[in-house]
Write a protein that binds this ligand. Structure first.
Ligand SMILES: C[S@@+](CC[C@H](N)C(=O)[O-])C[C@H]1O[C@@H](n2cnc3c(N)ncnc32)[C@H](O)[C@@H]1O
Length: 458
């Protein structure tokens, strides 16, 4: 039988008056035209706008604001002068207290809708000063109107918005971005041309240590050669006394992935060092380290409390990066075992254990879902499992392993509430109960939210 086609009451290119009533999980405004959902980026609940439809699908359309008839009372004037064009901050227009309330609702909503969970979500922990919190920025470098630009991608495109200042970045990163841009211009080092896959410098990745006020700089280049390399190092080290490492990473592929596999230390120390709580961490250029160190301490303290360790437990730290969470818990555990796919991160984790005088932690390279059964075969059954997966969440095979050995406690740290809800739903089916879900705002002005969750076996 032929399905009745749903009537689409809006036409691409036409404008409509739309009252915004909510936000999607991606932070776009939602309004209705003849009961048909229209998503409007940058619109907030309470806005009444004239929206021009740019695309239509069977069940929804997307429109851009042409004119605003009435402003939402959640709306603020963005502090950043590039907010209109830059695609980095989806919520730059929303008052911070409203951002927090929305993130809280978003977590509650997905837990119910996707995970079928009625768990209590604790009040989100926001930042006292929600700016200057990022310790890492990946600036694309390119040519616009024959001028070298460094900045962020424009909304919905790969055009670079020339902006060497971002209020979310630590001030040292902004300072370094300005110096890097000027040095590349002065030395006439060619930026990458994405269209023709020509040119040299694709990205300038800048990392900073909040505790030491130092900088690591990584030039991602298409070519093995970095022209005027020595002069570049001379200029940068003279202008940026905070620099402790300069790397070149070679990425000759036609790809959106930033890093290639080969990194060369051009100058300085191999690691950037930063601190969380009392622990010191060595970070190599491609290793994951949480971008907001202030809220990371909050998150790790929650994980520690949730784990409720007595000193007798074996803890698995899966998706461990450079071993941060496992090492943070190690003094309260009998043994910590970390698993991570990126070999450099595992090397960092082992070094970090030594750096902090921790001798009860071991780290393994591999996929958590593949190594977990092997750890069991070795007799290393966990009492507590901590998982902190990427946005796609945990592999179902890993959740099956956790269920099969009836691990008493699972601490789930998540940067994506939807996959968190899916995975918690699976664990609930297998006999776990959600004890607490604690959202933490690691990424003010953006649509992202982090959560720490404790599940116990019933
Ligand atoms: C969100 S980060 C968490 C890192 C660390 N727990 C922290 O707090 O800094 C996720 C980590 O999982 C790693 N990863 C991705 N897929 C994995 C897999 N299948 N098994 C193990 N680790 C994986 C990534 O390389 C990344 O370092």
């Amino acid at each position: 039988m032929k399905r009745k086609q749903k009537h689409v009451p809006v036409v691409k290119g036409e404008t409509y008056q739309i009252e915004i009533t909510d936000l999607t999980h991606d932070g776009e405004g939602i309004g209705r035209v003849d009961d048909f959902a229209v998503f409007v980026p940058e619109a907030l609940p309470g806005d009444v706008v004239l929206g021009k439809v740019i695309s239509t699908k069977k069940t929804y359309a997307r429109a851009l604001i042409e004119k605003t008839f009435k402003n939402s009372d959640q709306r603020i004037a963005p502090v950043c002068p590039k907010a209109e064009s830059c695609g980095g901050c989806q919520l730059a227009y929303m008052g911070y207290e409203h951002q927090l309330a929305w993130k809280q609702r978003k977590v509650q909503d997905v837990l119910k809708r996707i995970g079928k969970l009625d768990a209590e979500v604790l009040p989100i922990i926001g930042m006292e000063r929600p700016e200057g919190y990022r310790n890492k920025s990946q600036f694309p470098v390119g040519l616009v109107d024959n001028r070298l630009v460094i900045g962020f991608y424009q909304k919905r495109s790969h055009n670079i918005v020339d902006t060497d200042y971002c209020r979310l970045q630590h001030p040292l990163i902004n300072k370094a971005a300005r110096v890097v841009k000027q040095a590349l211009i002065d030395l006439k080092i060619e930026p990458y041309n994405e269209k023709d896959h020509l040119g040299v410098v694709r990205h300038a990745v800048i990392r900073t240590s909040f505790s030491r006020h130092t900088l690591m700089l990584i030039f991602v280049t298409r070519t093995k050669e970095l022209p005027h390399r020595d002069k570049l190092i001379e200029v940068l080290t003279a202008e940026l006394p905070e620099l402790t490492s300069i790397y070149q990473n070679i990425n000759s592929q036609v790809t959106n992935v930033i890093f290639g596999t080969e990194s060369r230390l051009l100058w300085g120390e191999p690691y950037l060092f930063d601190q969380i709580g009392d622990l010191e961490f060595a970070i190599s250029p491609r290793s994951f380290f949480q971008v907001n160190p202030i809220q990371t301490k909050v998150l790790y303290d929650l994980a520690k409390e949730a784990a409720g360790l007595t000193g007798r437990e074996t803890v698995w730290d899966l998706y461990c990066g450079i071993g941060t969470i496992g090492l943070y818990l190690a003094s309260d555990a009998a043994k910590v075992i970390g698993v991570e796919t990126v070999p450099e991160a595992v090397e960092d984790a082992r070094y970090n254990a030594v750096l902090n005088g921790i001798d009860n932690a071991e780290f393994y390279t591999g996929k958590a879902e593949e190594l977990a059964p092997k750890l069991l075969d070795k007799g290393l059954k966990p009492d507590v499992v901590v998982v902190d997966p990427p946005r796609r969440g945990c592999d179902p095979g890993l959740l099956e392993t956790i269920q099969s050995v009836q691990v008493p406690k699972v601490v789930y740290v998540s940067c994506n509430p939807s996959t968190l809800a899916r995975d918690l739903g699976m664990l609930k089916e297998a006999g776990y109960r959600v004890e607490s879900v604690q959202p933490v705002d690691m990424f003010p002005d953006t649509r992202h939210v982090e959560c720490g969750t404790l599940m116990s076996r019933v």
